[in-house]
Ligand binder design. Structure first.
Ligand code: T1G
Length: 692
């Protein structure tokens, strides 16, 4: 059955309704159905005007991303939209919710757009490494101006109904019967016998608008040097302004088709689907229902506990934050308030929203206050003894069926669960600092964690705006276990001859916002130092700095020095002298390293650890590892994450390099994981393994 049906009203309006769940993506069947129904309506003498509508909460989410890279089944979207724009009868879009990408381009080819108050209209293609490919770069500038249009396409962020009405994108905002309003509007256009065509809006380009566009374009291109689509977007808009609609459309389409093939876009599309795939837990079907979460509690009002409490508050879930002493509680509540006040000052949060969030937060001393909570998140000191004591107490206090979650970054969730009589209710919820900002949430599945506890955790993650990835129990789970390999390799390369600023420069050139040593100075070198004392791992340079009390930014010195509390470090000759001395003590003849070699030595062991994590079942799929590192550690998203990136490098090349590194260092953990070697030898890929 066609995903597009046509109903003709008594007033002679053909309502074409798209029904292609879940988001009415413009796949081949929808494009064909639209064109067919449009052609019939245009030829039908009983039809005076046409409305395009859609079923569900989304008008149209865009082209069908899963079709990209495959041969295009006619009619192409531009062909359908040209038929709409040149229709002899007026066509009006009834936008019932979100119109994104090709969905908004569909609406732009219509002769008017009617939206409800909650509508969102956007062209997010830039986030997929492409540009609008069906007229967006031509019709939007003609409707709202080149500068505002470019800004909207370069950000990829949608605008609200009010904004759309104000800038001319929407013709009417109606909170009554959307279809009736759209039909009436279409009939009025038919009555008038004339309606606006973007193609005829050639007019004289407003020079001020044009100048503002060029400034915005130059700025956007400068800010995204690794994103080829930003330049292409500017060129498409500019061509349309200089040479008219036909040339503009041709330039846009050629750029779009070219960008779809670009590795950057393939990486971003990989992550789009990977984020959604991560929420699926193999073996747990839709029949497993989430437990109700009406009230939460957080044990520990430190930085993490406060951030976690904010997550609940922002989702409208009442949360009690609990400390053992009044002054610690007061400090924690003050920190939460201060965080919100900073956002209000920055303009990213309204005072009303801040007051609303704070209204959901209650402070208490003593864990008895958690007795009626549906979920309790422990965010106390990273020490097994402390956690065992807390979970023992929670086991006595918490109501039956309450979920007992630990925010531990490394520790054994199974051991924590076994300190209670209800291990099936225990799960790890590993938030990333700052907890109220970072999207990633590692949901650590214990051996005895009940399926509905996992489903509740996934459901809760979505409610509090987190990106969940279910991981297994091991030291450091997925993210921190892989981080440990990068940290170890970074230490090694210092002793072999590189200096902190050289390593950091190679890593930021690769696309990270910060290099490993600047990151360690920011987080505090003492954290890793304390962890290494538990695991026995040696980090000669880091340990050497900590032994002198140099913990990084907070002490003014670490791998770098921070004179007068500076936020940006500068090279520290004493640190470099320490590094050189440590090399000499080990009889290492120091040598220089190219950026490429630094990246290989830091990142290949991470990929190898990822392969081991897959073999051990700690992660269900390689794309989960990509989601963790892109969203928890700022791995540059335009490379798709460590495992997707590795495939572009070539698994055979990585295997060979790892064998060299293992031989050089005598570190057997650098030997290629069997899975990595097997895929390399069989020319397979992590993606193939995921699919299998
Ligand atoms: N194509 C294919 N599948 C899509 C899709 C799309 N455009 N959008 C969503 N899905 C799937 C998604 O993978 C998931 O599948 C299900 O729908 C529900 O999505 C020509 C070239 C609309 C805000 O970038 O932002 O148009 O996991 O979990 O949270 O110029 O989906 O159930 O199997 O995200 O309610 C531009 C992408 C495309 C918008 C809804 N459009 N989508 O969020 O549901 S390129 C976009 C979204 C384009 C034109 C260009 C969100 C949403 P599954 P979901 P949601």
């Amino acid at each position: 059955m066609s995903p597009v049906r046509s109903d003709i009203t008594e007033a002679g309006v053909a309502i074409l309704t798209i029904a292609n769940p879940p988001v009415n993506a413009l796949g081949a069947a929808v494009r064909g159905g639209l064109l067919e129904q449009l052609t019939q309506a245009q030829a039908n003498p009983a039809v005076t005007a046409i409305v395009i509508a859609a079923e569900g909460k989304v008008f149209v989410a865009g082209a069908d991303i899963s079709e990209f890279g495959k041969p295009i089944t006619p009619p192409s979207l531009p062909d359908v939209l040209t038929a709409i724009e040149r229709s002899p009868k007026p066509v009006v879009a009834a936008i019932n919710g979100m119109a994104l990408g090709g969905g908004l381009e569909l609406a732009l080819a219509c002769h008017a757009r009617i939206v409800p108050p909650g509508a969102k209209l956007g062209l997010p293609e830039i986030k997929l490494g492409i540009i609008p490919g069906a007229g967006g770069t031509q019709r939007l500038p003609r409707l709202i101006g080149a500068a505002p249009a470019f800004a909207m396409m370069a950000s990829g962020e949608p605008v609200t109904a009010d904004k759309a009405l104000a800038n001319g994108l929407a013709d009417e905002v109606v909170d009554s019967d959307l279809l009736a309003a759209a039909s009436a509007h279409a009939l009025r256009l038919a009555e008038a016998g004339a309606w606006r065509l973007s193609g005829t809006a050639e007019g004289k380009v407003d020079e001020a608008d044009r100048a503002a566009f060029e400034i915005a374009a130059a700025d956007a291109i400068k800010k995204a040097p690794r994103m080829p689509n930003v330049k292409a977007l500017a060129l498409s808009v500019r061509t349309g302004l200089d040479k008219g609609l036909t040339e503009g459309l041709a330039t846009e389409r050629a750029a779009f088709l070219n960008l779809v093939k670009d590795p950057t876009s393939k990486a971003l599309r990989h992550l789009f689907f990977a984020e959604r795939e991560a929420a699926r837990v193999p073996g747990i079907g839709k029949e497993v229902k989430a437990r109700p979460v009406g009230k939460a509690a957080v044990i520990g009002a430190g930085t993490m506990g406060g951030g976690i409490a904010m997550c609940f508050a922002q989702a409208g879930i009442p949360v009690t934050i609990i400390e053992v002493k009044e002054e610690a509680l007061a400090a924690g509540l003050a920190r939460i308030r201060a965080n919100y006040e900073t956002s209000v000052k920055r303009g990213s949060l309204s005072q009303a929203a801040m007051d609303r969030h704070l209204g959901f937060v209650t402070g208490a001393v003593g864990m008895e206050a958690a007795a009626d909570a549906d979920i309790i998140v422990e965010a106390a000191f990273e020490d097994m003894g402390v956690k065992a004591e807390i979970f023992g107490a929670l086991d006595r206090i918490a109501k039956p069926g309450a979920i007992l979650a630990t925010n531990t970054s490394y520790l054994d969730v199974n051991a924590i669960a076994d300190t209670t009589s209800r291990p099936q209710d225990v799960v790890g919820l590993h938030f990333f600092s700052p907890a109220n900002v970072m999207r990633l949430l590692e949901i650590v599945r214990g051996a005895k964690t009940a399926p509905d506890v996992l489903v509740t955790s996934l459901d809760l993650a979505r409610k509090i705006g987190k990106l969940p990835v279910v991981v297994g129990v091991c030291y450091g789970f997925v993210g921190n276990r892989i981080l440990a390999k990068r940290s170890q390799a970074a230490e090694r390369i210092l002793l072999a001859g590189a200096l902190p600023h050289e390593v950091d420069a190679a890593v930021t050139d690769f696309g990270f916002r910060m290099g490993p040593f600047a990151m360690l100075d920011l987080a505090g070198l003492d954290i890793g130092w304390r962890s290494r004392k538990v695991t026995g791992v040696k980090a000669p340079v880091g340990d050497g700095l900590c032994e002198q009390g140099y913990f990084g930014q907070k002490t003014g010195r670490g791998f770098y020095r921070y004179p007068d509390g500076a936020r940006k470090g500068e090279r520290d000759p004493d640190t470099e002298a320490l590094i050189t001395r440590l090399s000499e003590e080990r009889g290492i003849v120091r040598r220089s390293f190219s950026n490429e070699e630094i990246i290989a030595r830091l990142m290949y062991p991470m990929v190898n650890e990822g392969a081991k994590i897959l073999e051990e079942g700690i992660a269900a799929r390689s794309s989960d590892i990509d989601v963790v590192w892109v969203n928890g550690y700022n791995w540059p998203n335009f490379t798709g994450g460590p495992m997707h990136w590795a495939e572009g490098v070539g698994l055979s090349r990585i295997v060979e390099a790892l064998e060299t590194f293992a031989a050089e260092t005598g570190d057997e953990s650098l030997q290629p994981a069997p899975l990595l070697r097997r895929l390399a030898e069989g020319s397979g890929s992590f993606a193939d393994k995921d699919a299998a």
